[in-house]
Design a protein around this ligand. Structure first.
Ligand code: SF4
Ligand code: SF4
Length: 436
């Protein structure tokens, strides 16, 4: 497998991927209803373009991007709009959402549309096509892809890093994309390189995915400067700053973005989705979701329309096991527990994890014993113990002086803390309080 790259600190949780790592991607039948929140991405929510009673076809735009850092939303199924209003969102809040009653007799064949000819479009038109298609990062934060592909003129980008780490335990959707759709990933890389006007890409894959490494190396195009590099399986290897350090030995400065060191990072799922836009002309209306954990009967990797409700996703996965206890959107380290089975899959939902009672015992929180394990674990060398103390006393502004805003809420400190202090949750609360 060659040399492995890595970064300092971080943690080694059980990757728990065997439940679904070998499960081929399968398509679930269309649900009776899809629910599409207008806020599914970093930036301004999409602006509503439809009314209750409207009929929509699969791929029709229902929400337009509002400004540069925003993204449009498209109907993920043909049907009738039955309601528009607040709806449970994976963030835990209620958000404005469009509910579409899926037409059960429709063939679900999208309207004929022009497939953008990426080889003959200018860079500006390529980026505009990416924006129009509503492509965002599929790894979680859902940052609009067209923004990453339009770096400001003072940033000299030289490398595209393609993140194939999927370092969150349990999740395997990116893993399966690399195994099953490696050529599509390379088409996406080819298009992104054209958008950025550069030639070099590096794909980073953790060593716990040997079949993905093999598939990606076997499909490697010979006419582009692309390298597939292996990385130590360690959490959070896939965090942008860690990946850049591991693969290129460049350090993104505090408060800075990857563009500062000449890099654009995109995960493999997003790259493959971008390629699909240029293969089919269809916008981002479906995605691959890993449904996994001991609390679900038939774990698997499913293609579903964006907006599929949790209850339909779980029903397609054989339902909940008897001892199911907690449902998390995302992985166990950074995911968020959800309280409603009506919560929909968003563009950024890479997985749904159902834990059992055995895995979710209530833990007593003890006082800090100043063991320093959280300091050793923090990949960006913050002082979580100090930050935790400030958070418990609601001393938010002082937390900023201790670089709270650099904290990526990775959860390594909480994972290591023998006193069960929910450090990263406290930091998330502090960030919310400061934003307010
Ligand atoms: S959650 Fe923040 S403080 Fe804790 S380890 Fe991660 S980056 Fe460091
Ligand atoms: S790991 Fe927990 S107990 Fe140890 S220093 Fe950090 S906060 Fe304190």
């Amino acid at each position: 497998m060659g040399r492995k790259s890595t970064f300092q600190s971080g943690v080694h949780p059980d990757d728990a991927k065997k439940l679904t790592a070998a499960s081929p991607i399968r398509r679930l039948p269309f649900p009776e209803e899809v629910v599409l929140p207008l806020q599914q991405h970093t930036g301004a929510p999409a602006q509503l373009m439809v009314r209750v009673g409207d009929h929509v076809e699969r791929g029709d735009m229902i929400g337009a991007a509002q400004g540069f850092i925003s993204s449009p939303i498209h109907a993920s199924a043909a049907g009738r709009i039955v309601a528009i209003g607040p709806w449970p969102h994976p963030s835990g809040q209620f958000q404005e959402a469009v509910r579409i009653r899926v037409d059960r007799y429709a063939a679900q064949i999208p309207r004929r549309r022009l497939v953008p000819d990426y080889e003959n479009l200018s860079r500006e038109k390529l980026v505009a096509a990416v924006k129009e298609a509503g492509v965002v990062g599929l790894g979680g934060a859902a940052f609009p892809a067209h923004v990453k592909l339009s770096p400001p003129p003072d940033q000299a980008i030289d490398t595209l890093l393609v993140n194939g780490c999927e370092c969150e335990p349990y999740l395997t959707s990116d893993h399966r994309v690399m195994v099953e759709y490696s050529e599509r990933v390379y088409l996406g890389i080819r298009i992104m390189l054209r958008c950025l006007g550069i030639r070099r890409a590096v794909v980073g894959i953790e060593l716990n995915k040997p079949d993905a490494i093999e598939a990606m190396r076997a499909a490697l195009p010979t006419d582009l400067d692309i390298e597939v590099r292996t990385l130590e399986a360690k959490y959070p290897q896939g965090a942008e700053k860690m990946l850049i350090k591991s693969l290129l030995n460049r350090e993104v400065p505090s408060g800075g973005l990857p563009g500062k060191v000449g890099v654009v990072v995109q995960n493999v799922g997003s790259v493959a989705t971008l390629a699909e836009v240029f293969e089919t002309g269809l916008p981002l209306i479906e995605r691959i979701v890993t449904v996994t954990g001991p609390g679900v009967r038939e774990p698997g990797n499913w293609i579903v329309p964006v907006g599929t409700r949790l209850r339909d996703l779980l029903a397609g996965s054989g339902g909940l096991a008897e001892d199911a206890s907690e449902i998390i959107f995302g992985g166990p380290m950074m995911g968020l527990a959800v309280a409603s089975l009506d919560t929909p899959v968003l563009k950024g939902t890479s997985g749904v994890l159902v834990l059992s009672q055995e895995e979710t015992p209530s833990k007593t929180v003890y006082a800090c014993i100043r063991c320093g394990r959280c300091l050793d674990a923090c990949p960006i060398f913050l002082n979580p113990q100090r930050l935790g103390k400030l958070a418990m006393n609601e001393r938010w502004p002082e937390m900023v002086d201790h670089h709270l805003m650099d904290c990526m809420l990775c959860g390594c400190c909480s994972y290591e803390c023998p006193s069960n202090i929910p450090l990263s949750q406290l930091f998330a609360m502090a960030k919310t309080a400061l934003r307010r």
